[in-house]
Design a binder for this molecule. Structure first.
Ligand SMILES: Cc1cc2nc3c(=O)[nH]c(=O)nc-3n(C[C@H](O)[C@H](O)[C@H](O)COP(=O)(O)OP(=O)(O)OC[C@H]3O[C@@H](n4cnc5c(N)ncnc54)[C@H](O)[C@@H]3O)c2cc1C
Length: 380
């Protein structure tokens, strides 16, 4: 009863890519979930396999050795990750690839030629902006990069960083001009083995084997040539990736609503109440019908916005609308799914419970619901 990929909305290449991604996540994540969980999550070998399958650095242009695909391929990666049971355990991995886009947008020729082969070979990347006292209010970050001759010396801390635990390439947003607010923020690449860098796994509501981490930078010295883009250029560079990031998040939420719906439909057919399948109760059918309808509306919005992205018409307001709506729809579907599971839905051993907790972050990552509503309101 799985909802099929809506192939008519994908180009032939996109549909092919979607199937490759699906096969990869089925084989390398969902089928090996217990193994990966026991090992504390996925590792460089997983990323290297993803790289060999052509799934990392997809937007890196051909002149730097990449496939030069459109950002839609990143959205597809995200959608398929959302459709994976393992996402609730491992969290975001190869689909969180905004870092590559930032390097390709803001990097020098030398940086692009040096970093692209590493990214394409499976180097783990993270982008670190959020701090204990600065999330939505990005201008409040306190991490500072002080110029010292041909080096920057970076000090500060970051929290909630996806892939932060194992990243080889860490793109740190730091203040190079603390008096200049948002215009004084700069992206600087720090290598994973840099002296003065330490990291700690954060225990999270979902992702028991995830790599969300806090980072501490104690006088980390890097050459000025590690700066990505201009001094003070962080916000402009990050803004270029935001629309993709938001459609990716909405896509992941949609994928999760779909897989949770399919699991719940199966469950209601197997679970007996009063001697007959739970599915047979009219109330159950009504709830499933509502969910199916919400998901269908979500898919229409998603494919409409994918089309806008393809034609270059996708705006930041579109991104805020699809991210907010898809994530809210997905949260409502997941909540109803757990309700239909009853107590079983609360048990950690049931995949639905991990999908439910993993779902909760969608409404505040990649721009909180409230800030995105403010953005939509400003366009009125
Ligand atoms: C699983 C996970 C992965 C993440 N990965 C990364 C990552 O890789 N890199 C990274 O840099 N960050 C990452 N984050 C951080 C994420 O981007 C932030 O959590 C998010 O930006 C919100 O910031 P905050 O948590 O500080 O919340 P706050 O900014 O403290 O917001 C708290 C609440 O106040 C509301 N609020 C704040 N300001 C306003 C306002 N002006 N008007 C109305 N309401 C407001 C918010 O909407 C929210 O509801 C991750 C977070 C999670 C949970």
């Amino acid at each position: 009863m799985a909802l099929e990929l809506n192939d008519p909305f994908y180009t032939e290449d996109e549909a092919l890519f979607a199937r490759t991604v699906r096969a990869f996540y089925d084989k390398e994540m969902d089928a090996k979930l217990l193994e990966l969980e026991a090992a504390g999550g996925e590792d460089r070998a997983f990323w290297a396999k993803a790289a060999a399958a052509g799934l990392v650095g997809v937007a890196i242009p051909e002149e730097y050795g990449g496939p030069g695909a459109s950002p839609i391929f990143n959205v597809i990666l995200s959608y398929e990750l959302g459709r994976s049971v393992g996402y609730g355990t491992i969290g975001g991995n190869i689909a969180t690839d905004l870092a590559s886009m930032i390097v390709m947008e803001g990097g020098t020729e030398a940086q692009k030629h040096a970093l692209a082969p590493r990214i394409l070979a499976g180097a783990i990347q993270c982008m670190a902006l959020t701090e204990p006292d600065a999330g939505s209010d990005a201008a409040a970050i306190k991490t500072v990069a002080r110029r010292d001759g041909d080096d920057y010396v970076i000090s500060g801390s970051k929290v909630y960083i996806s892939n932060g635990l194992k990243a080889d390439l860490l793109y740190i947003v730091a203040k190079t001009d603390p008096a200049a607010g948002l215009r004084g923020m700069t992206i600087i690449l720090v290598e994973g083995d840099a002296p003065g860098l330490s990291r700690h796994r954060l225990k999270t509501m979902a992702f028991p084997a995830g790599g969300v981490a806090s980072l501490f930078l104690d006088e980390v010295r890097v050459p000025v040539s590690n700066r990505i883009g201009e001094e003070g250029g962080a916000v402009a560079l990050l803004s270029k990736t935001l629309a993709v990031d938001r459609l990716q998040t909405g896509a992941r939420a949609l994928g999760q609503a779909e897989i949770a719906f399919e699991m719940t439909l199966d469950y209601t057919r197997q679970r007996k109440v009063q001697g007959k399948p739970l599915f047979d109760l009219q109330h159950t059918k009504m709830k499933l019908a509502e969910m199916k309808t919400d998901i269908a509306v979500g898919r229409s919005l998603f494919f409409d916005h994918l089309g806008r992205m393809r034609s270059g018409a996708y705006s930041t307001v579109d991104a805020a609308i699809s991210k907010n709506w898809l994530c809210k729809m997905s949260a409502a579907v997941l909540d109803q799914c757990v309700q239909l599971y009853g107590g079983a839905g609360f048990m950690d051993e049931m995949p639905i419970s991990r999908l439910y907790t993993a779902n909760r972050q969608f409404r505040f990552v990649a721009g909180t619901e409230e800030l995105l509503n403010l953005q939509i309101a400003r366009s009125l």
